[in-house]
Design a protein around this ligand. Structure first.
Ligand SMILES: [Zn+2]
Length: 221
């Protein structure tokens, strides 16, 4: 069930108080419109009615798509130490509550970045798996090793047998696109499965560039 609460927020820019609806849980099954708002970047986004200042609310949110057996725990934060602490906490709480028993066959993801949350939803909506996508993103970025450190690669779309990725270069302030045939996905996906990587989770997972790097170093899951 999708759950929300109301919060009174003081605008950090102009000081105006306003009431914001904060979503703690988004369940796709009973809230298709809410999912569209989420994909449009509107959910848990504070917008000051007085000065138009906008910022993401620091509220954790759980995204649940029952049909796709996908659950994403989103805890906004921007430093890796806090990220690890929050991730450990989600795993610990989930383990203690016995919640995992009811989620067999699920993909369970932990993310701290709004764009990453949206990217994951898109990937699974396209019936792809993000573990394979993360490996392909590393392959794309490794084509220009010198610039890889300044670049963020995100899955864009998949249609007519071609996947499109967006590459944002922070230093150049430029966005590039990269097209990858779906056959590449199928090959990488098959290789990962054969090496023991599962298309579902045993526990909450952070599937990102470091995860993909570990996979390429021979770890599975
Ligand atoms: Zn304001």
């Amino acid at each position: 069930m999708s759950l929300n609460s109301k919060e009174n927020v003081r605008c950090p820019q102009c000081g105006q108080m306003s009431e914001v609806t904060v979503w703690n849980s988004v369940t796709v099954k009973d809230s298709a419109d809410l999912k569209q708002d989420l994909l449009g970047g509107l959910v848990n986004m504070f917008r000051c009615p007085s000065c138009s200042y906008a910022a993401l609310m620091p509220t954790p949110m759980l995204y649940h798509d029952e049909d796709r057996r996908l659950m994403i725990s989103f805890s906004p934060c921007s430093d890796s130490v806090t990220e690890q602490r929050l991730f450990d906490k989600v795993r610990e709480t989930s383990g203690k509550s016995g919640e995992l028993k009811g989620l067999s066959g699920y993909n369970l993801r932990f993310v701290t970045d709004y764009n990453e949350l949206l990217e994951k939803i898109l990937i699974f909506d396209n019936e792809l798996n993000d573990k394979t996508i993360e490996v392909i993103k590393l392959m794309i970025l490794s084509q220009d090793v010198d610039k890889a450190g300044n670049r963020v690669c995100r899955f864009g779309k998949s249609e007519n047998g071609v996947m499109e990725f967006m590459i944002y270069d922070v230093k150049e302030n430029m966005t590039y696109t990269s097209s990858v045939p779906i056959e590449t996905y199928n090959t990488v996906d098959k290789n990962l499965r054969e090496s023991g990587v599962k298309p579902y989770s045993f526990d909450w997972e952070m599937v990102n560039a470091s995860y993909a790097t570990r996979l390429l170093q021979g770890f599975n899951n």
